[in-house]
Ligand binder design. Structure first.
Ligand code: SF4
Ligand code: ZN
Length: 362
């Protein structure tokens, strides 16, 4: 377990478990709750099952495709889904290789190892094969054309395209992602700061729940939506789950999200319960901002199939295909040199790991 995460959840000396006479090994300040290892595990797993029931994330018999990166969140998701739902549901995993040298290979190894242990079938889809470009290449193009946007924006769109497309190919009813409480709260606050109302409307435990039902979209679900990130780190450590825990993707320093993570973690440390409070506010707000019934048919009619890949879109090309088109034009016109392919941290931005406090350097 990373040192900062450990510090935050370490119980006071001599603190007893709330449920049994044993010494507590973890304190959850927002309760506050003090638990021994066994009772923490029980609390953690019960909350996971409760989230699935409360938000009706899936029904018995449905096929669930798990988006698996090999990091702690998706590995925990795979572990819990296979522990509790492998008899009632058909589980399969989708591993996406974005093409980031020196990082992705190791995470993929962990992902495969977990699938084998859980006896879950997996498929690896790469950006290179799917779109003819890797994230490393995208980064080098964007470096020369910063106006086009950040690598994460491109990467995220391409990943969503693959997830939705393959969820349909594999005939999955639901696509499960490892988004946790911290991710959801960061997204909410980012949407407020960016005045991004449309994105806010699409939030929730069942992503896109407020949007139109359309055969072209497979519903995305977030069973860890109510689970704090630090507790996932603790659970992985207690359960000895093999996951990729080194430095995050080298491009993560360019993600604005890290700044939001740090700000919200500071708030949570000073005022425990802040994250849950923001999540509940978001949930109270959702019914008011979700599209009204009379808006939905219009939205549905506006959708057509992307000319290139067949994914639902309002325009001729979907966002992913549009991005690939732009990238390829730039690639051909500039002639990227291989020396430009290296990742460099040009400013003082923090990395994803620094803001998560894995290395005690946040
Ligand atoms: Fe993609 Fe950014 Fe995540 Fe790296 S940090 S995998 S570039 S979204
Ligand atoms: Zn497309």
């Amino acid at each position: 377990m990373g040192s900062n995460a450990k510090e935050t959840i370490k119980p006071a000396q001599g603190q007893k478990c709330d449920k049994c006479p044993k010494n507590a090994s973890i304190t959850l300040s927002y309760g506050p709750h003090h638990f021994c290892e066994n009772h923490f595990t029980q609390f953690f797993e019960n909350r996971f099952k409760k989230t699935i029931r409360k938000y009706k994330l899936f029904r018995s018999g449905e096929k669930i495709l798990i988006a698996l990166s090999g990091g702690k969140d998706s590995v925990t998701l795979l572990h819990l889904l296979s522990k509790f739902y492998s008899k009632s549901n058909h589980l399969e995993a989708l591993i996406i290789d974005e093409g980031v040298k020196g990082y992705r290979e190791n995470a993929i190894k962990a992902a495969i190892d977990n699938c084998k242990k859980a006896n879950v079938k997996y498929t690896i889809i790469s950006f290179a094969k799917e779109f003819g470009i890797t994230n490393d290449k995208i980064m080098s193009i964007l470096k020369n054309n910063p106006k086009l946007g950040g690598t994460c924006a491109f990467c995220g769109t391409l990943r969503r395209n693959i997830m939705n497309k393959y969820a349909k190919v594999f005939k999955a009813n639901k696509l499960a992602t490892g988004h946790n409480l911290d991710d959801e709260v960061q997204s909410f606050v980012m949407n407020v700061f960016n005045n991004d109302f449309e994105r806010m409307r699409r939030m929730g435990a069942a992503a896109g729940a407020g949007m139109v039902d359309h055969a072209g979209f497979v519903k995305r679900i977030k069973p860890l939506y109510e689970t704090p990130e630090k507790e996932i780190i603790a659970y992985c450590a207690y359960k000895n789950l093999n996951h990729y825990s080194q430095e995050c993707c080298p491009y993560s320093w360019s993600a604005k999200r890290n700044e939001y993570r740090e700000m919200l973690n500071n708030f949570e440390n000073r005022f425990p319960g802040t994250m849950y409070s923001i999540l509940r506010f978001d949930e109270e707000l959702l019914p008011f901002v979700a599209p009204k019934e009379n808006e939905k048919p219009k939205m549905k009619l506006a959708l057509k199939k992307c000319k290139k890949c067949g994914e639902p879109t309002e325009k001729e090309l979907c966002k992913a295909c549009e991005m690939i088109k732009i990238l390829k034009i730039q690639k051909n016109s500039k002639g990227i040199k291989s020396s430009e392919n290296k990742v460099s941290k040009a400013d003082k931005s923090k990395t994803c790991a620094q803001t998560k406090g894995y290395y005690g350097s946040a």
